[in-house]
Ligand binder design. Structure first.
Ligand SMILES: C[S@@+](CC[C@H](N)C(=O)[O-])C[C@H]1O[C@@H](n2cnc3c(N)ncnc32)[C@H](O)[C@@H]1O
Length: 264
């Protein structure tokens, strides 16, 4: 009989050997503001008319977009930021996922969001969050000009100057799908889901918002901050514009609360 060496002996599989699973990078943490956008998108995407493509514009590190991809909330997701190294870094982090960990397809562009080319074949939602309202208007102007025949849906969450954005949306005849207010670390942010081009059954976007409720303290606090902000600006170099916007917010305060605003 041939003597066997250890090398020839077929060992039975050890019960302690656990097959190697590729470890997925941790899900990015979202603060309350981005979580509110995620929740809204989850609701829309579970409806009968989901969007095919989501555009996470001005995405920075892409936290919202990655979460949308990992939760399989669209068929295609496009990341966009004007800073090339942010997009390179994001691309590398996405490459760390095993091929089957992210089901939707995705792409990325390092460019001004105003230069995006939206595919009219696919129902798309363009997310613009984390920049000021005036800056959003600068992005919208060329974007709308190049897509004048299309119906485009947007999800806006400006950090400042929301009046400038809203007034532009109302002049451009955007229709309101939904709007709300979200709090994060003592600050309030308006969330506006809107459709470019007038849409049957939808109201136009209001320059000051149409969601205010006197029974919501966060609404009164936000409105009060806006009134005091424009009151201060009436002392600056754009007095007339500030006076006009202040007048609109004071009228809104009166119609919401039934009392005149008390500057105390
Ligand atoms: C504060 S981050 C916002 C990140 C994320 N969207 C959010 O809401 O938290 C702002 C990002 O917008 C990008 N950005 C600013 N203007 C842009 C433009 N015109 N086109 C594309 N990206 C822009 C900046 O490079 C930056 O990464």
């Amino acid at each position: 009989m041939k003597s066997s060496t250890l090398g020839y002996i077929a060992l039975p599989p050890s019960p302690y050997v656990i097959p190697m699973q590729p470890t997925l990078p941790p899900m990015p943490y979202l603060g309350a503001r981005l979580r509110a956008l995620l929740t809204l998108i989850e609701q829309v995407q579970s409806s009968t008319e989901p969007y095919h493509t989501l555009y996470d514009c001005c995405c920075d590190h892409g936290y919202l977009g990655i979460k949308l991809l990992r939760k399989n909330l669209c068929q295609h997701l496009h990341f966009n930021d004007q800073v090339p190294h942010l997009i390179d870094d994001l691309q590398q982090r996405l490459d760390d996922y095993p091929a089957d960990a992210i089901t939707p397809s995705y792409s990325a562009s390092a460019a001004d969001a105003g230069q995006l080319q939206i595919n009219p074949q696919n129902k798309s939602l363009i997310i613009l969050a984390g920049i000021g309202g005036e800056h959003m208007v600068n992005i919208l102007k060329p974007l709308l000009q190049r897509h004048s025949d299309h119906q485009l849906d947007f999800l806006f969450c400006p950090t400042t100057t929301q009046f400038d954005l809203r007034e532009y949306l109302s002049l451009q005849k955007f229709s309101l799908i939904h709007e709300s207010l979200v709090q994060e670390r003592g600050r309030s942010y308006e969330v506006i889901h809107a459709r470019w081009q007038q849409a049957h059954g939808l109201d136009p976007v209001s320059p000051t918002g149409a969601f205010w409720s006197a029974s919501e303290q966060s609404h009164l606090d936000h409105l009060s901050k806006l009134i005091k902000h424009y009151q201060r600006r009436t002392l600056g170099d754009q007095k007339q514009q500030a006076q006009r916007v202040l007048g609109l917010y004071l009228t809104l305060w009166l119609s919401t609360t039934g009392t005149a605003f008390d500057f105390g």
